[in-house]
Every structure is written in C-alpha cells, then in structure tokens.
Design a protein around this ligand. Structure first.
Ligand code: ADP
Length: 374
C-alpha cells in the first residue's frame, strides 16, 4: 500500500482524507494542532510544524508521495525529498513560483499569460514614487491569505495603508465577474478541466461567500478562461490539482488573478456535483491512476459556513436542522470546536438542474444557518 503524506490538517486535508477512504492508501498528516480537523481521520498523525525544514524532511522521508493543503510550507525540505525520490505534488519548483506573489506575477508576464499590469514595490518608498500608477491593489509577496495581504490603494493618501515589504502593485481591474477554473494535471501531462465557477465575495470579510457552477459566461469568454488556465498549468510544469482564479472585466477581457496549486474552496461543490470530485482527482494523480471525469452531474452552488460576527468561543450551529431537511442540500462541517467571526467552519452544497433553485436555496441557507456561541 502506498504511503502518502499531507502537509496541513485543516478542512482541506480533512476532505482529502474523506476521499482517500476509497483507495488503497496509507495516509499521514503533519500539523501543529493535534485537535485539527484531519487528526482523527488519517492513519498516522504527526504533530509538528509544516514550515520547519527538519520536521517536514523527517515526516516526508520514506513516504511514496507528498502533497499540501496550504502553500506556506517548507519548500527547501520538499526539494530535498523530491531529490531523494519522494513524488512531491505539486512540484516544489511550481510551489516556489506560486508561494511568492512577486514571483507568481513575473511567471505570468514571462509566459505571456494575461494578468493585470503591475509593478514590483520593494518598500513603501517605491510605492510613493509610483503614485501615478493608482488606483491599484497592493499585494504583499509572502504571508498574506484570505484577503489579509491585500490593500486597495485608490488615492495617494491611501499609500500609507500599503505594505512596507516586497509587494506587487497591480492596476485596478473593473471586475464584472470573478471566476475559478479547477484543472487536474497528471504526470503524463494529461489534463481534466472542471466546469468554471462564479465566485461571489462577502465585501466585509473579503472571503468567498457564495459560488455557483457552471458559471454563466459567453462562449468566447469561457474559451479565454480555459486557454489561460491551461497556459498556467503548462507553464508551471507540474502535476497536481490547480485552482486558477480569474477576473472578467466589463469588456469581456479575462485576466489571471492568482493560482493555488492544491485543492481549493472553489471546488468543494464537486464532491456531490461532479462525477469525480477535486479530492478524488488529486488521489488519482497522487496514486498514478487515470484521471477521473470532471463533468457535472448537476449544476451546483455552495454557501460557506462562516463564524457569525460577534461570536468567539465554542461553536453552536443554529438552524442546522432546517438546512438538513432541505432537498438536494449537503452539509459539511469541518469539526472545528471554536468559532470566531469569519472563520471557515463548513460549507453547504446544493445541487439542482435549475439555477434559480440553487440561488433561492443558497439565500435560505445563509438566512437559517448561523455559527454562534451559546
Ligand atoms: P487573496 O490571495 O488574499 O485571496 P487576491 O489577490 O485574490 O487575494 O485578492 C482578493 C480580492 O481583491 C479579489 O478577489 C478581488 O475581489 C480583489 N482584487 C484583487 N486584485 C484586484 C485588481 N487588480 N483589481 C480589482 N480588484 C482586485
């Protein structure tokens, strides 16, 4: 039986492990928190830091394959493991490119992949000297996640809110839609594209709030989305499961925003909505099986279950019974004991042939289901 390790034991790791139960595989998880969502679902849990060289190296030694649920891992250790024969997916070189937003943007530019125009600012002095580039979005090179490393700089007065560290200063795009394209790539370079996803963000928390797939896009726009996403994975030269996030502007132009080299929130609906889910697809790649069928069984939507504002402490799920009683609705709670405002506690998938039904139910779920403390 192959031994496969996952760096990180959050909800993505948990859903990977749920899908792994279908295959002959021995699972290993490395995570600092022994009460994490994955700890009791894997065969071997190791408590330790995914950013520490020696810890990651010792964890990976002797495994057949290794993957990640988050980019913030020790890439040097992964490179050493790869050199010693462990199949690391995604490849450490691709991870290095993606992990740093400056390198990621340079990768798009060097591979003629359309992305918003940008300059690199090593500190705020450089940003101040480029005030004429505004309005723009400032993105810190490393360490930002879930909107925390992103600042909108509309006017010169906003510059002081920017990052005094290496960052990308990116021209503001007049976004009409945000789209995600999940793509699977195996060792032979064969690809499988999932249907595109329309992403809708919560403007207050800057977290994904609601998504629907397939996205409603004119054919010409869909072709651009697919072509750009294929160019991204071709350029990265790595097997794996990738989520390419793109912007569509009012003129129908498509820009790559960013890429995640791993399973992603924008693919969670594929568990019930598609013949092969993003998690199933990743196991097929890790275990060197044929790629699965990414086609939709039915259109799907997901609602993120986020910690309610003002509630910090042991989680209680208000309205759960009402949501569980709904037809073609699937609740996924990640098993996190503590809630905080905006914390990702779970998601709910809806499948239906009718787009209107998806939207109606998504709104009802948002109204009913609240993560609070009692
Ligand atoms: P994160 O990695 O934190 O998710 P993103 O780079 O995806 O950060 O940016 C977060 C959000 O900010 C995007 O989903 C989008 O709504 C907005 N945004 C990012 N870049 C631009 C841009 N160039 N123009 C307009 N809005 C942008």
């Amino acid at each position: 039986m192959k031994k496969v390790g996952i760096l990180g034991g959050g909800q993505l790791g948990r859903m990977m492990l749920q899908a792994a139960a279908n295959y002959p595989v021995e699972t290993h998880v490395l995570e600092n928190d022994a009460t994490c969502p994955s700890a009791h679902l894997c065969h071997h849990f190791v408590k330790g830091s995914i950013t520490d060289f020696e810890t990651v190296y010792q964890f990976g030694k002797g495994l057949d394959a290794l993957t990640i649920e988050i980019e913030a891992v020790n890439v040097d250790a992964l490179e050493k493991l790869e050199a010693e024969g462990v199949r690391v997916i995604p490849k450490p070189a691709a991870l290095r490119t993606i992990k740093n937003k400056v390198h990621q943007k340079e990768f798009y530019a060097n591979n003629s992949i359309k992305t918003a125009p940008f300059i690199i600012t090593k500190d705020l002095a450089v940003t101040r000297a480029n005030a004429s580039f505004l309005p723009a979005v400032h993105k810190i090179a490393e360490g930002g996640y879930d909107g925390k490393g992103v600042q909108v700089l509309e006017t010169e007065a906003d510059i002081e809110k920017g990052f005094d560290a290496p960052s990308v200063l990116e021209k503001m795009v007049t976004i009409d839609k945000e789209i995600a394209q999940m793509i699977a790539v195996n060792e032979k370079g064969e690809t499988a594209l999932f249907p595109t996803v329309d992403m809708v963000f919560d403007p207050r928390l800057n977290l994904l709030d609601f998504q629907i797939s397939p996205a409603q896009l004119p054919d010409a726009v869909l072709w651009k989305v697919e072509a750009l996403s294929l160019a991204v994975v071709k350029g990265l030269k790595s097997p794996g499961l990738f989520a390419v996030e793109l912007f569509v502007d009012k003129a129908g132009e498509v820009y790559v925003n960013e890429t995640a080299p791993r399973v992603h929130n924008s693919g969670h609906h594929t568990i019930e909505g598609n013949y092969s889910s993003q998690f199933d697809m990743l196991w097929r790649i890790l275990l060197e099986y044929p790629l699965g069928n990414p086609d939709p069984i039915l259109p799907a939507a997901i609602v993120n279950v986020l910690g309610a504002p003002g509630h910090d402490g042991p989680a209680y799920y208000e309205g759960l019974e009402e949501v569980l009683a709904m037809d073609q609705v699937f609740v996924h709670l990640y098993g996190k004991k503590q809630t905080k405002p905006g914390r990702k506690m779970g998601h709910v998938t809806i499948i239906s042939a009718e787009r209107q039904d998806l939207i109606y139910k998504a709104h009802r779920i948002k109204e009913y289901l609240k993560v609070i403390t009692k």
